[in-house]
Ligand binder design. Structure first.
Ligand code: MSP
Length: 647
């Protein structure tokens, strides 16, 4: 029997970095599931948050010259506006530095100790701060962590241990009794094989780390960051507090959504901790794939992350949400690129859904003076197609096959297009000399199929769904906005305001603007102005020879003009002391008028490969600091001759 409640979680995100596409993805998927379950009448609890302890955070803070607490506070501040911009409807946001979380962790450890599963010993092993995990020598690959190739360091210290080895058989029994516990199936098999290979006791405390939750009764130790972090799923429900009502109502979780890299922690450690504490186990852990960039996992450590700000700013949340859910077969890896995004935007959204809706609404407006047709219509090909698509959509959403659910909706959209082409409402109007009953039926059917598409799209594209329904004159709180059965479109209802749902985008122009933003905004979106990293810090360091490869020189701007149709791009003629002018294009027009630039000295990169931006060749780059996307040119203190080198 399905329960009335539904508890869904995302991993809690490390605060060593700002959220990128990979983090956003899990949260968007969780939001889609939460919205879908609400739409199906479930009482949903949706949790996300931040993982703020551990060595990784200490290292990142050190590299920025601030305390871990300051770093955490800075990064956490970025989440509410980002989640809002993405339309995320989480019910709670937990931080592992909150007292309510500490209470939950202490209660967990108290229970594990009472069960006799905790003992003190000494540990020596290779520790990977990137994964926050120990690896035996035999598992290292070329002296690096086997999971993601991060560097490891030897750690030897006193530690509390958890008797993980005692849980091998109980876990294997649990997996075999609950074959749906780990999804997709390939990952289930992976985890079972891992546990069959044997489990060693787990070190669950650290003495050499000052940043973490103190071990209850022995504050020299802090709690191992994964025991700390995993407990968020219950501490956020009040486990270990005076008020366990949410815990009683929502635990066990229906779905923990995680990336495949953290499957072991969720499918081996977490259930073993829960078994030890005498608590029920979650119903399902889903390990999704990675967003790749150049065939590599997108990750801060690889320096290849994509942040979504420019796409969100330009398109709003819905197209990005759609792209993520449609492009990635849930469970597998996929590549992220602006080109891929724009291709889907134009093909599926602008030409597909947007065009079909605009066409049907324009005809309805014309032939029925701005209202829905007066006839309601029963059996017909579109009603049949809708019934089949809705059933497929529900089955796919229930089994988390989002790309197939969306494929089904797009089949319906194409069916509307095909139906309109075949019935030719304009010809009926002409032939029958006005708005006949037959014409009304054709347009009613087309609108009703689009209404169903809009209702099904609500979890993935909530704003678009509301807009499209409003254009059909349907209020968001009405039955017609959510019902997935045929025939709910009201007759003679006034249509709402017109407007293209997805204006087409000129791909070349958009890409040119983005390139300029990326190249003209050094430092991009850093959490803080990054100070020089101290020796041994986590940031990659370069040699003086590598730095010397970039030819930086002083340049004098002799002419400047805006590039037509661009908000940001300015074309400059610059004297770099070469006896001829160079043409350099920069995205600085939002802050500088061309006339302010002429006669100014700035610092330029003189040996950058030329690039074409909106059809104009740029033969170098000007340096600018970026404050929230606003460019500030780097100045020169005096009348330094053009071409003078900068070091
Ligand atoms: N703090 C731990 C999770 C603790 S949960 C009790 C952690 N944090 S993380 O910030 O590194 O990653 C959070 C999630 O983002 C993980 O599920 C991870 O798989 C996901 N992603 C990070 N990069 C990713 C991609 N490039 N693609 C898709 N998701 C990936 O792990």
């Amino acid at each position: 029997m399905t329960s009335r409640t539904f508890y869904i979680t995302t991993p809690i995100y490390y605060v060593n970095d700002l959220p990128h596409i990979g983090h956003i993805y899990t949260t968007v998927v969780a939001d889609v599931v939460a919205r879908y379950q609400r739409m199906r009448g479930r009482e949903v609890r949706f949790l996300t948050g931040t993982d703020e302890h551990g060595q990784k955070i200490v290292k990142a803070a050190l590299a920025q010259g601030i305390t871990p607490e300051e770093l955490a506070n800075r990064v956490v501040r970025r989440y509410p506006p980002l989640w809002q911009a993405l339309g995320i409807t989480n019910d709670d946001f937990i931080r592992t530095t909150e007292p309510r979380h500490w209470a939950g962790v202490h209660e967990m450890i108290r229970r594990m100790e009472a069960r006799g599963d905790i003992y003190k010993g000494n540990y020596g092993g290779w520790y990977c701060a990137g994964c926050e995990a120990f690896f035996p020598q035999t598992q290292l690959v070329e002296g690096k962590c086997p999971e993601q190739g991060h560097p490891v360091e030897w750690l030897e210290e006193e530690s509390y241990f958890f008797r993980l080895s005692a849980y091998q058989q109980p876990l294997l029994r649990f997996y075999s009794d609950h074959p749906d516990f780990i999804r997709p199936e390939s990952r289930y098999n992976e985890v079972v094989r891992f546990v069959e290979g044997g489990l060693k006791d787990l070190s669950v405390s650290r003495v050499s780390l000052p940043w973490g939750i103190p071990w209850p009764g022995d504050p020299r130790h802090v709690v191992y960051v994964w025991l700390d972090a995993l407990t968020n799923y219950i501490s956020a429900l009040g486990f270990g507090s005076q008020d366990p009502s949410l815990f009683e109502r929502f635990w066990p979780a229906d779905l923990h959504l995680v990336g495949k890299d953290i499957l072991r922690f969720h499918c081996v450690y977490w259930p073993a901790f829960l078994l030890s504490a005498g608590l029920p186990l979650p119903r399902q852990v889903y390990g999704h794939g990675w967003w790749l960039r150049d065939d590599k996992k997108m990750s801060k450590s690889f320096g290849n992350v994509v942040r979504p700000d420019h796409l969100l700013e330009r398109f709003g949340a819905d197209p990005l949400r759609y792209f993520m859910l449609r492009e990635m077969t849930f469970g597998q890896d996929a590549s992220f690129s602006d080109e891929g995004f724009l291709q889907r935007y134009n093909a599926d959204l602008a030409n597909g859904l947007g065009n079909a809706a605009a066409r049907v609404l324009a005809m309805t407006r014309r032939y029925y003076s701005g209202t829905t047709p007066p006839v309601r219509c029963g059996a017909n090909v579109l009603a049949d197609k809708s019934g089949e698509v809705v059933a497929r959509y529900v089955a796919c959403m229930d089994s988390l096959e989002f790309h197939r659910a969306l494929e089904a909706v797009w089949e319906l959209v194409s069916a509307v297009d095909g139906y309109v082409n075949e019935k030719q409402p304009w010809a009926i109007f002409k032939l029958e000399g006005g708005s006949s009953e037959r014409l009304g039926r054709v347009l009613y059917n087309s609108l009703e199929a689009l209404r169903l598409a809009a209702a099904m799209l609500a979890p993935v594209m909530p704003t678009t769904s509301r807009r499209l329904l409003a254009q059909m004159g349907i209020a968001p709180e009405s039955r017609a906005a959510v019902a997935l059965s045929w025939g709910e479109l009201p007759t003679l209802a006034p249509l709402g305001e017109e407007g293209a749902l997805f204006p087409r985008v000129d791909v070349q122009e958009f890409l040119a603007e983005v390139t300029v933003n990326e190249t003209s905004e050094p430092g991009g979106q850093s959490v803080a102005p990054p100070p020089a990293a101290p020796a041994g810090a986590a940031e990659e360091q370069i040699s003086i020879e590598e730095f010397a490869r970039v030819k930086l020189v002083v340049g004098l701007i002799t002419a400047a003009e805006r590039i037509p149709k661009s908000k940001k791009l300015v074309r400059m003629q610059v004297d770099l002391g070469e006896g001829k002018q160079r043409q350099i294009v920069a995205g600085i027009g939002t802050r500088y008028a061309p006339e302010q630039l002429v006669g100014r000295r700035a610092v330029f990169v003189a040996n950058l490969k030329p690039a074409v931006l909106m059809g104009v060749e740029s033969q170098g780059m000007v340096l600018a600091a970026s404050v929230e996307g606003d460019p500030f040119l780097l100045g020169v203190d005096g009348e330094v001759p053009p071409g003078t080198g900068v070091k």
